[in-house]
Design a binder for this molecule. Sequence first.
Ligand SMILES: Cc1cc2nc3c(=O)[nH]c(=O)nc-3n(C[C@H](O)[C@H](O)[C@H](O)COP(=O)(O)OP(=O)(O)OC[C@H]3O[C@@H](n4cnc5c(N)ncnc54)[C@H](O)[C@@H]3O)c2cc1C
Length: 594
Amino acid sequence: MHAPPSHRSFGNTQAGGVASGADHITPDCAGGNFYEIDRGLRDLLALYLEPIDFRRLEPHFHRLGALSGGRLDELARVADKHPPVLNARDRFGRDEDWIDYHSSYREMESIAFGDFQFHAMSHRAGTLGMDRPLPAVAKYALQYLFVQAEFGLMCPISVTDTSIHLIRKFASAELKDYLLPKMLSDDTATQWKGTQFMTERAGGSDVGAIETTARCEDGVWRLYGDKWFCSHADADVALLLARPEGAPTGTRGLALFALPRRMKDGRRNAYRIVRLKDKLGTRSMASGEILLEGAVGYLVGDPGRGLKQMMEQVNLSRLSHGVRAAAMMRRCVNEAMVCARGRIAFGKTIVEFPLLRRQLLKIAVPSEQSLSMFLFTASAMDRANAGSKEAEGLLRILTPLLKFRACRDNVPVATGAMEVRGGNGYIEEWVHARLIRDAHIGVLWEGTSNINALDIVNRAIGKSGAHRTLGEALAKLLDEATPIPSTFRARLRLALKRTLAFAERVAATPALEASARQVASSLYHVASAILMTREAAQPGADARRALYARFVLEYRLGAQDPLEPAAGDWERQAAEILFSERPVAIGDLAELLV
Ligand SMILES: Cc1cc2nc3c(=O)[nH]c(=O)nc-3n(C[C@H](O)[C@H](O)[C@H](O)COP(=O)(O)OP(=O)(O)OC[C@H]3O[C@@H](n4cnc5c(N)ncnc54)[C@H](O)[C@@H]3O)c2cc1C
């Protein structure tokens, strides 16, 4: 068994542990409470949630934090080693395909869909004792805690939640009456879970190239085609895109359908899971290929607006993917800190070595950036849901920014945390191998990095002008952060101005398309630096967040000379403060926030 970590601080993260002496193997985070050790999350939830919601929901954050460091973590380790198995036929030779899951996966499902009811918490009252749906900030904070233990199952959880959203928003009254009571149920034995099948061999990024067709036969839509990537392959209802016969080519001709796994009389609908994918990561969850052989589909919404409607689901998933990346990076920070404080080399704990500190900062800074970015994005969603047009604009640009950059950062962060553990990090019985394998999917699904960057530059900036809304909101936050030295705020203001000008230039110049990712990264970095600065300025907040902002400003938004020492005096002092355990106020940082 792993020894529980003792809780020391690293910036606003508390984690730590001691080497177990006799065998010299440094423990991991198993047994910790992932909410209680996360000072940053606790502080920021108090900022981003209404006080009444924070008070009501905090016991659930504590409870999930304990589960995530405990039972869920144990289950996730086992489920990863026992991937799902497809049975194509039953013993009578009937094409009654089904997927067997390990009991560990089933137990995680009952925590997610039964106890916490992640799928329903945005859509109805009654989850976690709330008298109304949960705010988005709370939902994504819960996802953040869950994913620190288990990543694979978050796909079925999230895609059920987002399928419910589409059905509530676009389906006919009759279809809603049929599907929603089953999908919103808290009875794990009978509830219907959702999924989304879009990608085909001919079209992933290029959705308009998909070949699945819909034929209206005797007043019933029947679907014919081959879906190439189908996560949560055995979901009870899948939302998918198909082209009705005679509809135009390209994305304009795509309609949205709901595909039930079983017909109203209980028979299997006419589609088969042909095989499951042997995947690099997300191994606990079943992704497969689906052959549609005249399956019955229910048209959802306007047939000419299938992709537009589906994009609502895609955008919700993108936000969740950003949160998942943030969660995995947090796990990496916690694991790396346990190792750094526990491992002895050359007579010292390794956290004392300047080079290792630098490595830890490369793990911690992107993790803190993503925390601020996802909470700010979720709070924009809450305000947009309450009718704010400004927040709608913010959400439009923040969602792909978060998905793009946090998912990319997750990949080197996972590798970096493995390296801090040393050779043990490479061994499958520790969490690092799984974190590395799982991290990579974030740059692929719901649009690759390029597709998200193009969405930011061509549509969010070029078409919607959402960068201006973001720029105004960030400038205002900076103005309000008066406890922060004005020189530092002036530098951030200048970085914001230059980033917005750069973004506009690239969006207006087709020849500069190859700079789209550079634009997306700089917008993310400047936004996260300003958010962390503003958060550090809150009364009682941990002022260390402003130091993370300085790292972003220097290393992500400023030029570096590769032939000069990277770590200057300020960085040594900043690292000293970040690795110390004493409380830090803004006043202590005056010389570092310049
Ligand atoms: C494990 C797993 C599970 C998945 N689950 C699902 C699912 O449940 N439902 C679903 O619908 N899909 C799913 N997907 C599919 C996923 O969303 C696609 O793989 C992804 O959208 C990329 O599409 P593609 O694989 O066809 O790559 P392609 O579109 O062929 O892209 C190949 C490369 O070309 C680049 N590229 C394409 N167009 C451009 C451009 N205009 N400019 C610059 N670069 C470009 C891409 O960035 C990429 O690097 C899953 C994928 C995986 C790996």
